[in-house]
Design a protein around this ligand. Structure first.
Ligand code: DC
Length: 224
């Protein structure tokens, strides 16, 4: 049996980037990883892969038995599924993410990635909902990225239109609020800022300004 990966870091520098859907955390986390030469993990993609796998099997994402089985048997091909970024898979991901057994099945992978980053990198940037609170509570840098509901829905709406999905703004806003509510209300590892997280509101920031603000916050945290 494999040992459980520790919550405390070995020697890699971990940057935790959490926040609700479409706050801009993915872009910021990717840019931080590039800047510092660290490995990057989109942890939402793991939950999306589980949700997509359950949907492909014709199962209900809220069914713990099916969802936990899917999480425990997740492989590279599931993580590369083409439908991962769709709205339907996002909602399914939010549902499987409420199941403690699913979260437990994905925890070791995330911690190993953080503490032994692939490619021998000196650090890792993980983005998600519970990186600073549960996955890597000892991370030296924690950002919590937010933006207003309307701004986030507008960004997500444009993204979906660009991908050719036919959807209304109102639907996107309603889905986003449903996912926020599900992510915040769940008993296990709910979406919330860690007590020591730096809060970054990107509502009025263009991408480059948000990246600059995130870099500044990371550099300040690393100096502490
Ligand atoms: O970041 P995203 O929209 O791709 O995430 C999809 C869903 O996965 C999100 O609604 C909640 C869940 N999730 C989670 O519970 N914990 C994480 N660390 C990342 C995502």
């Amino acid at each position: 049996m494999s040992e459980t990966a520790p919550a405390s870091p070995a020697n890699s520098v971990v940057i935790a980037v959490d926040g609700p859907v479409a706050a801009g955390k993915g872009t910021l986390a990717r840019r931080l990883a590039e800047w510092f030469g660290y490995a990057y993990l989109d942890t939402g993609a793991l939950y999306r892969a589980v949700g997509a796998k359950v949907l492909r099997q014709g199962g209900d994402p809220a069914d713990p038995v099916i969802a936990i089985k899917a999480a425990e048997s997740l492989d590279e091909s599931d993580r590369a599924a083409p439908e991962l970024r769709s709205e339907a898979v996002g909602l399914a991901a939010s549902k499987v993410a409420t199941i403690p057994g699913v979260r437990a099945a994905l925890l070791d992978f995330q911690r190993r990635f953080a503490h032994q980053p692939p490619g021998g990198k000196a650090g890792a940037v993980l983005d998600g909902r519970d990186i600073g609170t549960v996955v890597c509570p000892d991370a030296p840098v924690k950002l919590f990225v937010t933006a207003s509901d309307e701004v986030r829905a507008e960004r997500r709406y444009k993204e979906l239109l660009d991908k050719g999905e036919s959807i209304t703004f109102e639907r996107v806003l309603a889905d986003l609020r449903q996912r926020d509510a599900q992510d915040q209300a769940r008993a296990t590892a709910p979406l919330k800022p860690a007590a020591d997280a730096h809060l970054l509101d990107t509502s009025d920031l263009a991408i480059e300004a948000a990246v600059a603000a995130a870099l500044e916050a990371v550099v300040a945290a690393l100096k502490r």
